[in-house]
Design a protein around this ligand. Structure first.
Ligand code: AMP
Length: 587
């Protein structure tokens, strides 16, 4: 297949505003692609060669890309730099410069998809002293044989800025439309949720249809999307919703880890599918030493502890372990303990369809409890009073609150889904504040006065699972300390977008746009109907969204959370209706 066919498809998707439209363009294209090429079409549409959890990433610096463009079109690097500054993106600059050059250049070797994949792999794998030259040369060779649109996407792919607007949900829709039926969509999503590998799902459906997809299983080394909890506003509601009897566990305030344990290796994945093993080598080692299974996948929360008193420490302490540099000092200075709460796989057996209590007993029987590996504190409660007592105990043990879990026969582990099999109840809920929200930064406003020259406020968005889009919920300007404000530009820089990102719905126009990536925790006084904000538009009132009033940054950067794990439109709408319920004096 020629790469130009794929590049033209990306171009059409990028110009298409509606998700349905994008889906049908992609599905139409996938239907006519050789099955062997299907995974690459899918990976490249997200600017990658591998699934998200793969450690290798393409990430050529703008400097090298500029050098490659200059070499290809035979111009000075400074001219390319000017064009990049003007266009705001090396991809568009390459497109324009190659357009000007096209008449003079004779294409030599055709740019096939196969050649692009091989060249990108070589760029990714280039190592050593002359690796920069190698990368530049490989890119320049491809650009030499590219048309302007191909050049635009090649430069975006190698710099990791490939955002045509087709998110994961759109790609799953397109796979269903191209190779199966609408009714098969949940099964396709299940396969993705237990493997986090769109290319694998695409390859399987392209080659073997739905029969093959239904055989995709949980396997060690492929992280599962994590199961998430719903929320309710009071302990009696929680207990009632779970049938009058449920398990309650402490809700620890740490970093969630999914451990894939084999006899000779352990990988710890974050909720965002990053490899956290280098940050928690002590936890990885203990898990391996204390695991009685040949192979297992377990989940737990890593919490910082004061080794002298045994007390748990706040979330901020464990985040010292997330840094890239000085990690050996952090391991010494911030000891952690992992509290295990779920088991998803054990010695060839997919545990996700098993009921909660069976999964928990499997951990207890397979792991030796030690100082730094413990089970979450758990109690079966049969009344609100018992629940309240357990909650009070959790709070005095310095936990955030409780996680109540269904103990019914169908209390399976639902990868990637938020539902009422798990319900969280936090101490914040007892205060005037409704809850904390996890919101993605999609824009920034330049500061004034004391904040001149920095970002003064951020435009924050919630996520809509149904449309795979982000809608704004507040402008956040409170709760930042000076150190955080100083760090912000560097933190946000890689996510700058020249225009409003395709996945964002907003009426407010910030000074700078960002692709949703950074997630911050925000509290608010209440949720109100908002004519300006676009989150949950139409949920409560036509032509209005929902906004968070008096938002305040809590100090927590949720770099363990993916933007698609942000507070959703339906959660905002639920919280809004709970508030209404309260103000009726009924709750
Ligand atoms: P939230 O981030 O507020 O949606 O709460 C869900 C998170 O709580 C999970 O992703 C875990 O990181 C964390 N957590 C803490 N304790 C538990 C527990 N006992 N069971 C499940 N999750 C827990």
């Amino acid at each position: 297949m020629l790469f130009s066919e794929l590049a033209e498809t990306f171009d059409r998707i990028e110009a298409e505003p509606s998700r349905l439209g994008m889906t049908s363009i992609l599905a139409g294209f996938l239907r006519n692609v050789d099955p062997g090429d299907v995974p690459y079409v899918v990976y490249l549409s997200q600017g990658k060669l591998h699934p998200d959890f793969h450690p290798m990433v393409l990430g050529m610096s703008d400097k090298l890309v500029i050098r490659a463009i200059a070499a290809t079109v035979g111009t000075k690097e400074s001219k390319v730099v000017d064009m990049v500054v003007k266009e705001g993106d090396p991809g568009t600059a390459a497109e324009k410069l190659i357009k000007g050059k096209k008449q003079m250049t004779l294409f030599s070797d055709p740019l096939t998809l196969d050649r692009v994949v091989k060249s990108l792999t070589a760029i990714e794998e280039a190592e050593g002293k002359d690796s920069q030259d190698k990368k530049t040369k490989i890119l320049s060779n491809m650009l030499h044989d590219s048309n302007p649109i191909e050049a635009r996407y090649l430069c975006r792919i190698v710099t990791g800025r490939m955002r045509v607007g087709a998110g994961t949900m759109t790609i799953l829709d397109a796979l269903a439309e191209a190779f199966a039926g609408k009714d098969d969509r949940p099964e396709i999503e299940r396969a993705f949720n237990i493997t986090c590998d769109l290319g694998l799902v695409a390859k399987t459906i392209g080659e073997g249809g739905m029969e093959a997809v239904s055989k995709i299983k949980v396997s060690i080394g492929s992280p599962l999307k994590v199961m998430l909890a719903e929320r309710l506003r009071s302990i009696p509601e929680v207990v009632e919703r779970l049938g009058g009897k449920c398990a309650m566990e402490y809700k620890y305030d740490g970093i969630r880890v999914q451990a894939h344990i084999k006899k000779d290796s352990v990988i710890l994945y974050s909720r965002r599918l990053e490899d956290l093993t280098p940050n928690f080598p002590d936890v990885a080692l203990s898990l391996r030493e204390h695991c009685g299974f040949e192979e297992a996948i377990v989940e737990g929360e890593c919490v910082a502890v004061d080794t002298e008193t045994g007390n748990m420490l706040p979330f901020q302490e464990v985040t010292h372990r997330r840094k890239k540099h000085g990690i050996s000092d952090a391991i010494r200075d911030y000891p952690v303990r992992i509290f295990l709460f779920d088991m998803l796989y054990a010695d060839g057996k997919d545990m996700t369809p098993e009921p909660y209590l069976d999964r928990r007993s499997a951990i207890e029987s397979g792991f030796k409890i030690s100082d730094n590996i413990q089970m979450t504190a758990m109690k079966i409660v049969s009344s609100s009073e018992e629940g309240q007592r357990f909650f009070d105990e959790a709070v005095s043990a310095r936990c955030e609150g409780i996680m109540a879990k269904s103990i019914s026969e169908d209390s399976v582990y639902r990868a990637g889904s938020r539902g009422f099999l798990w319900i969280k109840y936090k101490k914040d809920y007892q205060q005037a504040l409704v809850d904390s929200f996890d919101l993605a930064v999609v824009g920034a406003f330049y500061g004034m006065g004391k904040r001149a020259g920095k970002y003064g406020a951020l435009l924050m968005a919630a996520y809509d699972q149904d449309t795979d889009r982000f809608g704004t919920a507040c402008k956040l300007g409170t709760g930042f300390d000076d150190e955080f404000l100083d760090r912000l530009p560097e933190m946000l820089e890689p996510h700058i977008s020249q225009d409003k990102p395709p996945s964002v719905d907003a009426q407010m126009v910030p000074d700078v746009w960002f692709n949703p990536y950074i997630v911050l925790e925000v509290t608010g006084a209440e949720i109100s109907v908002s004519p300006i904000h676009t989150a949950a538009a139409g949920y409560v009132k036509d032509d209005s969204g929902l906004g968070i009033r008096f938002p305040r940054f809590t100090g927590k950067v949720r770099d363990d959370k993916d933007p698609t794990e942000c507070t959703t439109y339906s959660e905002l709408a639920d919280i809004y209706s709970l508030q209404e319920h309260d103000s009726d004096g009924l709750a």
